[in-house]
Structures are given as structure tokens and as C-alpha cells.
Design a protein around this ligand. Structure first.
Ligand code: 3H9
Length: 707
């Protein structure tokens, strides 16, 4: 094909442009926010490569991304649907077989199929600050477009395992060390790509193919070590094991066969519920903040954050706000407690330095310039948002809100970190209830990702928008909740904890319950969690609720007994478990089994056996049943909001997608039938949620309500 001019720009489609600059062609991908490799993009890239091959003037090509990044990966929206041609492996093969050299010029982000596309090019560069990675395992997959094969050929088995298994992106400097790129570019990505392509031409290097590199040497030790490690850390996930298989195949099989094996493993993973759960989790993390009520609503400006109360929670919130770049003013009741709060924050920041999240210089800077610990409310007068994190008592909270109403400037947002109290009631003591919102952090507040944004009857839309903007800046997954006892998370927690206690009363041991729940994929079972939180928390909650308790309700009297014995959990060295060291896992204790047996006898209960499966089903059914009520009552905006709360605040296994997604995948009718069966024994606890009944009657799913 001949072109008349030396310089021609021609858009192949809206998604891929083809521009000739002398003898170099620049092929740029331009597909929305992340340049995902959708079928249309793959097809347009295919045409561009065909055209380049036939373009007699063009001698080398550069593939790059327009906008913020190179490519964020294959189009995740296509997953679970039949593959559309050209598939990504086909496209990458088409690029690699090109006889004229093609350079990948990467900037911003190059992930998954994006990096695999680059690995199919003959030369690669990345600009400074590029993140390169193969995060497929986080979606329940393996890199399925040659990533496991080409990385292993370039970096060797051990480094390929270390790079692909965590799924975490690396810097361009690390990518260079691994041999994944040839150089770090300078100037603009486009000019860096063209310069590299010209150098390739001048040196007459021609096309260079990773697939033609020698088969990588086997490394049995590294493979065995990886499998052993995964046995301990994979928590039931399949994809990481498949990654190891694919990398091992690279050392056994010729490239053509090894890549076919990679594809086979990839397609097998694509069919798994784990992949569906993880993809659901990926999208809901983004969808939770997309609320109709916030569309077009601008958040208020925030620069200084006030925190009232410097206990673990308040100090954690202050730490999170400092790390996000805000000025923070923390109020405590006297100098000594304020100093203690400052020490806690200092400790939190020091831990962040240790984890590599913060430099030592920044830590000192945050402490000396951005944090003010004071004892008078007047110091809050410049804050745009204040969060109270004082003792959980309505009287105390109301007092704080009345004070805040006096000192905060007009337009400031007044927030409470309560985990169950009525935020409407707190708002009612202020002259500005529209400015009041709940911001329910989870402990440790600077680490846990969940933030429940509790919207009252009078919270103004721009206050909700401000809360979401604040959560985003803190790197939280913010979920909207209405007002009810416990909001979304703790309300549902009460129910599945209730199911666990009922099973223990009926004959299961707490240790068996914990084991079954860990086998389901939670990091800890409910009784180990109780020990971690402190058995005083549960005891005080039961005490608070005692006056309103329905006489048919069952409470864990053995837990009260443990509390009175001073078995408060990890902090006391003993609770349900015995701990040699705080922070370590504990050992079961026969004394606890005996206490529980006495409680059963006192109630005339004859213990029966439970299988792990029954424990998991009851636990999950209680969770889903209450979650259905929470959605029906519009406490949660959508089922996906419940999934987000359980995933990011309660350790729900991500590969199961959240309780609502899990329930859909199990089939709602079976779940309802179980609940109806158990309701015959205990109607009070197991009465089916009306929404669950409706969905079953309509043969529908929770996901149909996600919008
Ligand atoms: C893969 O590549 C498989 C291959 O090995 C084999 C294939 C055969 N597809 O996160 P953001 C959407 S697996 C479709 O807010 P950021 C996202 O939902 C893939 N859509 O931006 C959001 O939409 P909305 C391996 C995608 O700047 C919008 O783009 N790759 C994809 O904070 C903006 O996203 C990955 O796992 C996608 N691949 O972060 C990377 N990615 O506005 C996944 C994003 O409607 N992606 N969207 O809510 C990411 O990690 C981040 O999105 C990224 C940008 C770092 C790229």
C-alpha cells in the first residue's frame, strides 16, 4: 500500500489511531478510562497491524496508549461470555509474527492483557512512574494471553512466580531488572517510542520474539516452595495454583504447546464461581460510590479535619486523615489524654513507615506540621469536617454534638463514628441537622478499607457527597447506609453471630464453628474474632439490649460467664481460646467446653452433632436472610452494597463475591427452603425475609436489584 505524504494520520476506528511519521507508524489505543482491550479494540488493533505490514513506507511501529495509561488489561466486562474474535492471544500472536519491528511504549499503567500485549511486541519501554503487572489472580484467573509463558522466558521460573502470584504491579525499574522491558523512556511516551523505533531501525535489529527465546530452565525447588506457600496462604483459591502449573509448563513444553496449556488453564478458571465472585468484587468496589442521589452533587471543600476523642478509634481516624494529606485537629478532654492520643498516632505512623507506606521525613512532617492535639473545642473552629469518636453513649454523644454546633463554622460537616446509635437523634440536638452524617470506621481505622456513610432523614445531599469524597481520599470503600441499630454491617453481624451461638447451644463447639467458617474462607471464625475484639464488647452490647430483648431470643450465657471470669479474650491471655502471646492464634480450652456443656444442661438441651456443611449453611443463611431485610428496608441501597460491607469490613472471602452474590450462586430457593425448615424449630430467629420469599416466588436473584 502506498501513501502520498510523508505524514499521515488516519483514524482506523474511534478506538485505535494509525499515524505515520516518516517510516515509523504510531498505533495508539484510545478506549475510555483504562484502554481496556475490548473486542472492538482487538479488532481495530488487528487491522492496524495488518495495515502496517502492508504499508511499504512504514518500517517500524510503536504501540502506545492515548490518555492516562497504556492499557489496564483485557475487558473484564467480557468475562463469563463466549470469547469473541480476534481473541487476545490471537492478536498478540499476530503482532509477534510481524516481520517488521514493533515497539510497545508504556506509560501510566500496563496491566494484565496490556502487559501481555507489550510482551508480544518486539521491543518494550516504560516511562517513569509506570505500574506494570499481571493482576489476573486477583480476578480468579491467570494471565491468559501468554503472560505466564513470556515472563518465564524473560525472567526465569522463580522471578516469574514472585511477579505473577501476588498480582501486585511493579515499577518500571523493577520491570527493567526482571527483563520485562528494554529501557525506561524519556520525554513524552510518544517521542520515546519513536526514538526507540528509530534506534532499532538504525541498528537493523529487526523483529525480536520472546516466544523464540530458549525454553526456560526448570526450577523444581522454586515450584515446590511456591506450592507449599500457597497451601498455607491461598485460602481455598484455585487460580494461584494454576499459575504455578502454567509457569511449570513453560519449562516442559515447546512454546506453542505451553501457550495452549496456559489457554486451557485460563479457560477453565474462567468458568469457576471464584472468578465470578472476584469479578463481582472488582466492579462493586467501584459501583458502591455511584449513587443516583449523588449524581451532579458537588462535595464541600475539605482541608482540615477535626476529630473528637483520641482513643484507638479517634487516633486511627486522625492517622487516616493525616495519611490522606489533611490537616488534623484532635480534641481530648485533658493534656495527658491528648498526649497519649498523639503517641498512638505517632505509633500508627511509625508502623506505616515500617510497612513502606510513608517515609521517615513525611512522618516527622505530618506530626510536626499537620497534626494539632488540643483540649478546647475552640481549636475546631477552622475544621471543615469533624468526626466524633467518643464513648458509645447517646447522652455523651449528644453533649458533644451540642458543643460542636456552637464552635464549628457554618457549612462544616458534623460526623459521628458511632457503630449503632441513632444518628437522627444526635442530629436533633444541633441547629443544623442537614450537616450531620455518620462516618462509621472499622478498627484499625487507618487500615480497614470499609467506611459506612450513615445518611439520616435530614442529611443534605452535598453532605453525603462530601462524606463519599472524604472516603475516597482516604482510600476507603465507602458504602451508603440508612439509620438502624448497627447500620448495615453490625446489624447483619448480630444475626450470623446469633446463628453461631444457637449452634453452640445445640451442640457444636465454638472451635468447630470457627474451623468451619475458616474453611469457608473467612480469615477467622466468630469466636476467635470475639477474643480479638474483647469479650467485654459483646457483654456490654447484650447488656445494652437486655431491656428490649424479646423473651424468645437466645443469648450466649456462657459468654457472660467467660466475661465474669475475666476471660476477656486476647488482651487477657484467655477467652474462648488460651493465648501464649497476644496477636498469635490461641489453643482451644476444655474448660470452655465444660462451661458450655453446663449451660446446655441448665436449659435442658441435649447436644447433637453438627457437620461443617450445616454450620456454614446456617451461618450464611442467617447472614443472607438479615441482609435481605436490610435491602428491603432500604438501609442498604442495593444488594451489592451489602456485599461490599461484608467483603471490606468483615473478612468475607473475596472469591465468594459477598453474601448476596454467594446466595445467588447457590440458588435462592434452596436457601429459603433451609430457612423454612429451621423456622419450624425456631420461628423467632429463622422467619424468612419477605424479600427472599418474593425473589424466590419470582424466580429472580439479588443481582437483579443491583441496577
Ligand atoms: C486480563 O487482562 C486477562 C488476560 O490475561 C487474558 C485475556 C485473554 N476492563 O479503577 P478505576 C473500569 S484480566 C473493563 O476507577 P483507576 C472500571 O470498572 C484484567 N473495565 O480507574 C471503571 O468503570 P466505571 C487485568 C475496566 O484509574 C473505570 O474503568 N487487569 C477495567 O482508579 C475506571 O476504573 C486488571 O485486573 C478492565 N480491565 O484505576 C486491572 N479496568 O467508571 C483492573 C477498569 O464505570 N483495573 N475498568 O466504574 C484496575 O486495576 C484499575 O482500573 C486501573 C485504573 C489501575 C487500570
Amino acid at each position: 500500500m502506498e501513501f502520498n505524504s510523508n505524514y499521515e494520520q488516519k483514524i482506523m476506528t474511534d478506538l485505535v489511531s494509525y499515524e505515520r511519521n516518516g517510516s515509523i507508524v504510531v498505533i495508539a489505543i484510545e478506549n475510555g478510562a483504562v484502554n481496556a482491550l475490548s473486542q472492538e479494540v482487538r479488532s481495530a488493533l488487528w487491522q492496524a497491524v495488518e495495515r502496517f505490514d502492508q504499508d511499504d513506507v512504514a518500517r517500524a511501529a510503536v504501540i502506545m496508549g492515548a490518555g492516562r495509561m497504556f492499557v489496564g488489561g483485557a475487558d473484564i466486562k467480557e468475562f463469563g461470555k463466549p470469547p469473541l474474535e480476534p481473541t487476545l492471544p490471537e492478536l498478540i500472536n499476530r503482532i509477534e509474527v510481524s516481520t517488521k519491528p514493533i515497539v510497545a511504549a508504556m506509560h501510566g499503567v500496563s496491566l494484565g492483557g496490556g502487559l501481555e500485549l507489550a510482551l508480544g511486541c518486539h521491543y518494550r519501554l516504560a516511562m517513569p512512574s509506570t505500574k506494570l503487572g499481571l493482576p489476573e489472580v486477583t480476578l480468579g484467573l491467570l494471565p491468559g494471553a501468554g503472560g505466564t509463558q513470556r515472563v518465564t522466558r524473560l525472567a526465569g521460573v522463580e522471578k516469574a512466580l514472585d511477579f505473577i502470584l501476588p498480582g501486585t504491579p511493579v515499577t518500571e525499574a523493577t520491570a527493567l531488572t526482571l527483563g520485562l522491558i528494554d529501557r525506561i523512556g524519556e520525554g513524552s511516551v510518544r517521542s520515546a517510542g519513536i526514538t526507540f523505533a528509530n534506534e532499532v531501525l538504525s541498528a537493523d535489529k529487526g523483529a525480536r520474539r520472546v516466544s523464540e527465546l530458549p525454553k526456560p530452565a526448570p526450577d523444581r525447588d522454586a515450584v515446590a516452595a511456591a506450592r507449599t506457600r500457597l497451601g498455607k496462604t491461598a485460602h481455598g483459591q484455585i487460580a494461584p495454583f494454576f499459575v504455578v502449573d502454567a509457569i511449570e509448563a513453560a519449562t516442559r513444553l515447546p512454546f506453542k504447546d505451553a501457550i495452549a496449556e496456559e489457554r486451557r488453564l485460563f479457560l477453565e478458571l474462567m468458568q469457576t464461581p471464584q472468578r465470578a465472585g472476584l469479578v463481582h468484587a472488582f466492579f462493586l468496589e467501584r459501583k458502591v460510590s455511584q449513587l443516583r442521589e449523588l449524581s451532579g452533587i458537588a462535595p464541600r471543600n475539605l482541608s482540615t479535619i477535626g476529630v473528637v476523642g483520641g482513643g484507638t478509634m479517634g487516633a486511627g481516624i486522625a492517622t487516616a486523615a493525616l495519611l490522606a494529606g489533611y490537616d488534623v485537629c484532635l480534641i481530648e478532654r485533658d493534656e495527658s489524654v491528648a498526649t497519649a492520643a498523639q503517641r498512638t498516632i505517632d505509633g500508627n505512623l511509625a508502623a506505616a513507615v515500617k510497612r513502606g507506606k510513608l517515609s521517615e521525613v513525611d512522618r516527622e512532617n505530618l506530626l510536626s506540621r499537620k497534626l494539632l492535639c488540643a483540649t478546647n473545642y475552640g481549636a475546631l473552629s477552622e475544621a471543615n469536617l469533624v468526626i466524633e469518636a467518643v464513648y458509645e453513649s447517646m447522652d455523651v454523644k449528644k453533649e458533644v454534638f451540642a458543643r460542636l454546633d456552637e464552635v464549628m463554622k457554618p457549612g462544616a460537616v458534623l460526623a459521628t463514628n458511632t457503630s449503632y446509635l441513632d444518628v437522627n437523634e444526635m442530629a436533633s440536638v444541633t441547629s443544623r441537622p442537614g450537616d450531620v452524617v455518620g462516618l462509621h470506621f472499622f478498627s484499625p481505622a487507618h487500615v480497614m478499607r470499609l467506611l459506612e456513610v450513615v445518611v439520616t432523614d435530614s442529611t443534605l445531599p452535598d453532605v453525603t457527597a462530601t462524606a463519599f469524597a472524604f472516603g475516597k481520599k482516604l482510600g476507603k470503600v465507602s458504602v451508603r447506609s440508612g439509620v438502624c441499630d448497627g447500620f448495615i454491617g453490625n446489624r447483619i453481624l448480630t444475626r450470623f453471630r446469633g446463628a453461631a451461638d444457637r449452634m453452640v447451644l445445640a451442640g457444636a463447639s465454638p472451635y468447630q464453628v470457627d474451623r468451619a467458617i475458616v474453611n469457608f474462607g473467612f480469615p477467622m471464625g466468630p469466636y476467635a474474632v470475639a477474643d480479638l475484639a474483647g469479650l467485654d464488647i459483646g457483654f456490654l452490647t447484650r447488656k445494652r439490649k437486655a431491656a428490649d430483648r424479646d423473651p424468645r431470643d437466645i443469648i450466649p450465657v456462657w459468654a457472660d460467664e467467660l466475661y465474669h471470669m475475666g476471660r476477656l479474650g486476647q488482651k487477657a491471655g484467655r477467652g474462648y481460646y488460651i493465648y501464649q502471646e497476644r496477636g498469635r492464634s490461641g489453643e482451644p480450652d476444655d474448660e470452655v467446653n465444660e462451661i458450655i456443656a453446663r449451660c446446655r444442661a441448665a436449659k435442658g438441651v441435649v447436644a447433637r452433632n453438627f457437620g461443617d456443611d450445616e454450620i456454614q449453611r446456617q451461618y450464611m443463611a442467617a447472614m443472607v436472610n438479615e441482609a435481605a431485610r436490610v435491602v428491603d428496608e432500604k438501609i442498604a441501597a442495593r444488594p451489592l452494597d451489602v456485599d461490599a460491607v461484608l467483603l471490606f469490613g468483615y473478612g468475607f472471602p473475596r472469591h465468594r463475591g459477598g453474601p448476596m452474590h454467594w446466595a445467588d450462586s447457590q440458588g435462592l430457593s434452596g436457601l429459603l427452603a433451609d430457612i423454612q425448615t429451621w423456622a419450624k424449630e425456631d420461628e423467632f430467629f429463622w422467619s424468612p425475609a419477605p424479600l427472599l420469599e418474593r425473589l424466590v416466588a419470582e424466580n429472580s436473584t439479588f443481582s437483579s436489584l443491583n441496577g
